[in-house]
Write a new protein. Structure first.
Length: 443
């Protein structure tokens, strides 16, 4: 008997099949026990899918194989892969004297291994629609009619702890004969598949349980009641999943698990509220008192600078950001520049911004930020991450950081986090502590 965990990291779907003498027995999906030991001739896998299977070795010695077949025309995410040859994944060598082991069955109370109680759909507090849209020719990748960078409210999905929601997953693009498929993935919270509706050729929609005689619907029927965190949805099916929010408040994301779709906009922020309906505020600007690390960089205008002494007798705000491709970073810098320019004395502080990403055109970058008059602003590239590392903004990947440095070159406030600090008011108030008394207020 062999336990195998299959994790599919390819860019397309596949069908995994074992040797006919040693069928697969499914016991878990996405790390979540199914509560049964289900024999399967094949298992469909898509990007991000994981499954645990038991394989009972056959009685005859020899070599046996686990193979991944190419996707069919109906299940391929990328049509160019249809008809590709099968690939062998695992070779199992059966040798030596037999050692009989039985597979688990209902007498082993496998149902006790199910991770959660079933979702009571009728008691759900809220229903939502999550709709994928793809226009590959024009490079349009959206969820709920917006790409990630277009979101004016990046956390419009705000469930609260202690609640249950029903999310209906749809694909807006695609044809009946050539459906679009997208693997839906949500971080932190697994979900239970509670309803699946299938589109018939005449355009009507029916519960998939009414199509049990259709072999094409078998994979969908097998999903009902299962717990997962990644689920492929196509334009011929609507899948309603139950989401129970019980443990973790704070921000997370949902996205398409085809990574180039995610990178080009198929992602949404989910802000799980506390039980009182209030968002979990990230740790903000924290007091500190340590020498600012001396790091010499050259700004985009060719001027060398020691970051610790850049204030030249004035307080400085030093921001580490992830480049102009991050809409939230550029928004943070734009707001900081506006607030420090309008609420502090003219050139009373210096604003420094360091990115680990190439800037390209400095003129275009500065224009995008819209730096107002009345503030000294300097922009730096740090491609090797030297300054990021010295200021503690590598963990091990670059993180967002903000430091308020006093006129004597000491860090007096700091912030480190996985997203930009969005509290410009706190930054302005921190800087004011290090201005001459008569020059502290401009607003």
């Amino acid at each position: 008997e062999v336990l195998e965990r299959l994790t599919w990291s390819g860019t397309d779907g596949t069908v995994v099949a074992a040797d006919k003498d040693s069928p697969l027995h499914l016991i878990a999906l996405d790390g979540l026990a199914t509560g049964a030991c289900e024999p399967r001739a094949t298992i469909d896998l898509y990007p991000g899918y994981r499954c645990d299977v038991l394989v009972k070795a056959p009685a005859q010695t020899g070599e046996y194989f686990l193979a991944a077949a190419a996707p069919s025309a109906k299940t391929a995410l990328r049509k160019r892969n249809v008809g590709a040859p099968a690939k062998y994944l695992v070779k199992v060598v059966v040798a030596g004297p037999p050692h009989e082991m039985r597979l688990p069955d209902a007498s082993d109370h496998l149902d006790r291994c199910r991770p959660f109680k079933d979702v009571a759909a009728a008691k759900a507090e809220k229903s939502r629609s999550i709709e994928f849209f793809l226009d590959d020719g024009n490079k349009v990748y959206k969820i709920n009619d917006q790409s990630f960078s277009q979101q004016t409210d990046p956390a419009e999905i705000r469930p609260a702890l202690g609640t249950t929601e029903l999310w209906t997953l749809r694909v807006k693009s695609g044809e009946f004969i050539k459906p679009d498929l997208h693997p839906f993935h949500v971080h932190v919270n697994p979900f239970q598949v509670v309803i699946i509706r299938a589109r018939k050729k005449d355009g009507t929609w029916v519960d998939v349980s009414q199509l049990a005689a259709d072999p094409d619907q078998r994979p969908w029927l097998d999903l009902l009641g299962k717990w997962k965190d990644t689920l492929v949805v196509d334009s011929n099916h609507e899948v309603t999943v139950g989401m129970r929010f019980a443990d973790w408040a704070g921000r997370t994301v949902l996205h398409c698990h085809i990574l180039d779709h995610e990178d080009q906009g198929m992602m949404r922020v989910v802000d799980i509220l506390q039980a009182n309906g209030q968002p979990l505020r990230p740790i903000g600007l924290q007091p500190a008192d340590s020498p600012a690390p001396a790091v010499r960089l050259t700004d985009v205008r060719g001027r060398p600078c020691d970051l610790a002494a850049a204030g030249d007798g004035r307080p400085a705000v030093l921001v580490f950001f992830r480049g102009f491709g991050c809409v939230h970073c550029t928004r943070q810098l734009r707001v900081l520049a506006r607030e420090t320019a309008t609420r502090l004395p003219e050139k009373g502080a210096v604003l420094l911004a360091v990115t680990d990403q190439p800037i390209g055109s400095p003129t275009a970058a500065l224009k995008e930020l819209g730096i107002p008059d009345g503030i000294e602003f300097r922009l730096f590239e740090d491609p090797k991450g030297v300054a990021f590392k010295r200021y503690g903004c590598l963990d091990p990947d670059p993180r967002h950081g903000l430091f308020v440095i006093d006129p004597a070159g000491r860090v007096r406030f700091r912030y480190l986090g996985d997203r930009p600090l969005d509290d410009a008011e706190a930054v302005v108030e921190a800087v004011r502590e290090f201005l001459p008394t008569r020059a502290r207020r401009r607003d």
